[in-house]
Design a protein around this ligand. Sequence first.
Ligand SMILES: [Zn+2]
Length: 118
Amino acid sequence: MGMAEYDFNVSVEYTNGNNSYWIPTPPDEVEDLGHIGIIDIGDDQSEFEKIISLVHEIGHVIFNDKNLFKKHRRIPLFEESLAWHLGYDYALTNGIEINLEEYAERIELALQLYKEIK
Ligand SMILES: [Zn+2]
């Protein structure tokens, strides 16, 4: 948690429930608030789920920075997929090992749910 806050200048906080979110700070408030956004991690999740939630939301933070399409349009499923991918990369680079098979299962589930909600 602390490492992500330091690496990306975000604030990682716990929130009630089992959902996690990435809430970007509006650009004109970054200077005042001193961070580029908040990652809310649902506290009602297993340790494994908290970790992969954090990893996924970090993926959003990384991708948000590099997303060249966002000026033109948002492509939610594309952003979701890349967030899973980039977050995993970040975790691996920092020595956080996540079971790839379990992670892949979570990705599939999340993307499926995502399509159903849309
Ligand atoms: Zn996401």
